[in-house]
Design a protein around this ligand. Structure first.
Ligand SMILES: *Cc1c(COP(=O)(O)O)cnc(C)c1O
Length: 457
């Protein structure tokens, strides 16, 4: 070994990014615009103001400003839990007997247990600055709701969270954490909104989905004076805020004279992946480097690998703008798999475009294989990963094993988005051998595709 590299590398406060990086500024071709669902014309910032806070609406539509200053107040908040460490997985490498060097960026060192706080604090900051009275949102696994509850408590802004029913039941303590920070939690679909009632009437036994919960949260926001809706993934603004992950990781790797050959991240709506890969994708777009970039999704909700690149609603109730993205259809309700944060029907329009244009790859993995990797990883590295994060671990391990077979000394970087302490039901199902792998049939998926809105592209 030429140089002993520390297990954990933290940037100093001076080295912390002062600006977010907007990947769109370097894309040769832009993602297709969001469309107003009433007119099918590209949305304007004004169209978005009733739903989103104004500064965030502007960020959403800004495809030209390459670097955007992180307001000082947000930088100060970040200092409470950032920088997150870049960790060299020496023990994992040893256990796998691989010549590959494996690094991961660990985002689980805060109470929300995930990277979601990076965008939550930014979104609440802008809402507060605009003088809003409260916010609504949805949460799947609960990490976004928790992060937003923390941020809203910090800025003393009321918050209503529509929590996907299956998670509400599987993760009762998540609910209590959010309530501790003062948020109101409603299991979705619920009887508190018109859309929720309608969904329940059609399917009283439904376990809910992110798409349903988004519809309810948007309805509540637009029908309550001074309220706005915020979303924890998919949107361009969220990828922008999450670029802090990649910017920190790249600086840390530069300090080690390292550059990844492969960058791997799990993909739900695409925010952690979009954030992690941002500066590496910049190198790829500008011809400076050419790392492989791999998105990992669950085989039960395979938006990239089996979805259609089409205009679709971001929610089940069809109240949001239309986005062109890889989608399973907004009516698709995935099986109750255990990675709640990856059960979304669509995918970030930015990542969808990059995938469509061949800048990145995608792999779908089954959940028993994911938990096998999670348990193996936990034993080597002592971190109990979130099921979502374990998707990335699975593929990082698979790539490291390939290196063992070929003898290649590749440098692998993956995103460890969070911890899995609230996922003991899932770990228990895996350990007791009752976990199953559900893969939707082509017919199941066709039902979702049949209901895609008809939009000429
Ligand atoms: C929400 C979440 C994800 C997936 O969301 P993205 O927007 O795709 O990043 C992944 N991991 C964890 C721990 C999460 O909480």
């Amino acid at each position: 070994m030429a140089k002993k590299i520390p297990h954990r590398l933290y940037l100093t406060e001076e080295q912390m990014p002062k600006q977010w990086y907007n990947l769109r500024a370097d894309m040769k071709e832009q993602p297709d615009p969001l469309l107003n669902p009433a007119t099918l014309k590209p949305v304007t910032a004004e169209d978005l103001y009733p739903v989103f806070c104004e500064e965030l609406a502007r960020q959403e539509l800004d495809s030209t400003t390459r670097y955007i200053d992180i307001p000082e107040e947000i930088q100060e908040f970040y200092k409470m839990y950032r920088p997150s460490p870049l960790i060299r997985a020496y023990n994992l490498e040893k256990a796998l007997q691989t010549p590959a060097k494996i690094y991961f960026k660990f985002e689980g060192n805060n109470t929300s247990g995930s990277h979601k706080l990076n965008s939550a604090i930014a979104q609440v900051y802008y809402a507060k600055k605009q003088g809003l009275k409260g916010l609504t949102t949805e949460t799947g696994a609960g990490q976004w709701g928790t992060a937003l509850a923390e941020a809203c408590a910090y800025y003393k802004l009321p918050l209503t969270v529509f929590m996907v029913k299956v998670s509400y039941e599987q993760k009762p303590f998540r609910k209590t954490v959010m309530q501790t920070f003062g948020a109101e939690i409603i299991p979705s679909p619920s009887n508190t909104t018109i859309i929720g009632k309608e969904i329940l009437k059609n399917d009283p036994e439904t376990t809910g989905s992110l798409g349903c919960a988004i519809s309810e949260a948007v309805e509540k926001a637009v029908s309550t004076p001074g309220y706005r809706y915020v979303l924890g993934s998919v949107l361009n603004q969220v990828l922008l805020h999450q670029s802090i992950i990649g910017l920190e990781a790249k600086t840390a790797m530069e300090m080690l004279d390292e550059y990844p050959d492969i960058v791997i991240g799990c993909a739900g709506g695409g925010s952690n992946l979009g954030g992690l890969i941002a500066p590496f994708m910049q190198d790829k777009l500008t011809g400076k480097a050419s790392p492989r970039i791999i998105a990992v999704e669950p085989a039960s909700c395979p938006s990239f690998t089996r979805g259609k690149y089409a205009y679709d609603f971001c929610d089940t109730g069809k109240v949001t703008p239309l986005a062109r993205m890889y989608t399973l259809g907004s009516s698709f309700i995935p099986s109750a798999n255990h990675a709640g944060g990856l059960r979304y029907h669509g995918m970030s329009p930015i990542l969808s475009k990059l995938y469509h244009d061949g800048y990145m790859e995608a792999v779908a993995v089954e959940q028993t294989k994911v938990f096998e990797a999670a348990v193996f990883f936990a034993k080597q590295e002592t971190i109990l990963p979130a099921p979502e994060s374990a998707h990335a671990i699975r593929v990082a391990i698979d790539e490291a094993i390939k290196c063992r077979e070929t003898g290649e000394e590749k440098t692998i970087l993956f995103g460890l988005t969070g911890t899995g302490y609230f996922d003991m039901t899932a770990y228990n199902a895996y350990l007791s051998g009752t976990m199953t792998d559900y893969i939707p049939s082509d017919e199941d998926l066709q039902k979702g595709f049949d209901l895609l809105p008809k939009v000429d592209i």
